[in-house]
Design a protein. Sequence first.
Length: 210
Amino acid sequence: MNDVDPFSLSRRGVLAAGAVGVAASQVRTSSAAAAAATRHDTMPVSLSVNGKPRRLDIDVRTTLLDALREHLKLTGTKKGCDHGQCGACTVIVNGERINSCLTLAVMHDGDKVTTIEGLGTPDRLHPMQAAFVKHDGYQCGYCTPGQICSAVAVLDEIGRGIPSHVQEDVAARPSPTNIEMRERMSGNLCRCGAYSNIADAMAEVAGAKA
């Protein structure tokens, strides 16, 4: 009887063993991925939304936009591109305008959030809302909540002396000129093309000529 080396392997054996190892690895990886996909980590988040305290126990992956729309049912804030390019989701957080689709809700624990619903009501419009109505600053209206929130924040920025790159002298105090307001509003897109009317509305609220 021939002696067989227990440590010797044929080429076919090596290939078979490798295939078994790869398959086992894929099974382990798939199992880990499935476990990760079904695990939903949540965190408590406390917000002041339109002057009211709101507390959520929310998936850590939830954007501020989805927290407002899906969890708090404040659907005035719109989801447009969902990539921070159109401005339809603009809200005001701690006095600063942001694209709510680009930030996670858990990053705003303790923050003050103002949405379009918090600026005014049908019976008592915010001056900017009234000016948009007067100057026909909207057509389809989808971008309007973000436009109005941004417009309110823009005039506040100018009032606080925050410069923009269209100023000849960034050390000088900015004024609400047509070019200044248009530049600052450039992140809010209107597919209907109501830009001139929006500028007129902002100029009236600012007390300036467009």
